[in-house]
Design a protein around this ligand. Structure first.
Ligand code: AMP
Ligand code: MG
Length: 339
């Protein structure tokens, strides 16, 4: 990875064209779309194979709930009228992943999430208002266990696509030798501070890394790599603070190469009731809203670690697509009226 500071020269959202998404018939009958959706299916099959080998149980997450992940920075949640109660569409299933560990030690969901991302994200090529996650949580796992597991999932998913979707990958012109080389090497691990130093980026304790800067480093990466140790304030209350380094979270992202940027976020989770309530207050969340979750936590949930891989973003990278909407049968680009 190089160390230039010229990520600031990247086009701003306003300078980029909003995605021009074709109508459903044109999109669905396109041989390219069909090839991409077959590759996506192979990625899901590969991920499920790995999860089965790990002994994980696939559960089906709720679509609606009284609360959802508050950590989706900048995105609006969608209200649902549930018999007079204000429910939310699932922005991510983190709360359900943690509480499901009272039933099984290893769980995963492959399910949709809805986030009304800010309008300016319509030109980032990486945001959808509706997307899917391969959402994994293992009890008694550490952050490093989750990193190693995420690497295994991605590797197995990509290998499955390479092994079973040769024709589809050829049709869309993907360089399979390059893709195969990416996943045959170990993924490097960098700290958030190291990445900011390399970028010459100011250290803002409250933020992750801007998507433009991330696209820049991704464009110069030679393989997928992890970024660890995001600062407190950049993520939800459920990511555990490092007891030895307060204000650093035991969190990580996986960055894909070829300018695709983040494809996965995860971390070790907080499981202590008092600490969770404190972190909720610190992050501006009212604990009273989280009644059902806190009731389960109070009686005890195991410590855990896990992650969510964005399926459309993974597909975008594996298929070598310009934009994430091309990895969805019915894409919802933020702000664009669509089926
Ligand atoms: P997060 O917990 O916000 O990091 O989301 C987990 C993963 O879901 C990310 O690493 C992305 O791969 C994917 N993701 C998050 N937001 C979006 C979005 N608006 N559009 C597409 N994928 C997304
Ligand atoms: Mg993230």
């Amino acid at each position: 990875m190089t160390t230039q500071q010229d990520f600031r020269a990247m086009p701003t959202p306003a300078e980029r064209a909003v995605a021009d998404v074709p109508g459903p018939r044109e999109h669905l009958t396109s041989p390219r779309t069909q090839a991409v959706l077959k590759i996506q299916q192979a990625l899901v099959a590969g991920a499920r194979e790995l999860m089965a080998a790990e002994g994980a149980v696939e559960l089906f997450q709720p679509l609606i709930g009284p609360v959802t992940d508050p950590g989706a920075r900048g995105a609006k949640q969608v209200d649902v009228d549930y018999y007079g109660h204000q429910y939310k569409l699932m922005a991510s299933a983190i709360l359900y992943k943690q509480t499901s560990l009272v039933a099984f030690d290893k769980v995963f969901f492959i399910a949709p999430n809805v986030r009304l991302e800010p309008l300016e994200t319509s030109s980032t090529h990486r945001h959808l208002a509706e997307f899917h996650q391969i959402d994994v949580e293992f009890a008694c796992a550490s952050r490093d266990d989750a990193i190693a597991l995420a690497e295994r999932v991605v590797r197995q998913a990509v290998r499955k696509a390479l092994a079973t979707q040769e024709d589809a990958l050829r049709l869309i012109g993907r360089d399979t030798a390059k893709l195969s080389a990416f996943v045959e090497q170990p993924f490097e691990v960098l700290t958030h501070a190291e990445v900011l130093d390399r970028l010459g980026h100011p250290h803002d304790p409250g933020t992750e890394i801007g998507w433009q800067a991330e696209e820049f480093i991704s464009g110069r990466a030679e393989a997928p790599f992890f970024i660890v140790d995001y600062p407190k304030g950049s993520r939800g209350f459920y990511d555990k603070e490092d007891p030895e380094r307060p204000s650093t979270l035991m969190s990580f992202d996986l960055i894909a190469p070829e300018s695709c940027g983040e494809i996965c976020s995860g971390g070790e989770r907080e499981s202590d009731y008092v600490k969770i309530v404190t972190r909720m207050r610190e992050t501006g969340e009212n604990p009273a809203k989280y009644g059902w979750y806190l009731d389960v936590v109070r009686e005890g949930i195991p410590g855990s670690a896990g992650f969510g891989i964005g399926l459309e973003r993974l597909t975008r990278w594996v298929a070598g697509l310009d934009s994430v909407w091309q990895a969805s049968a019915y894409p919802k680009v933020p702000g664009v009226v669509s089926p």
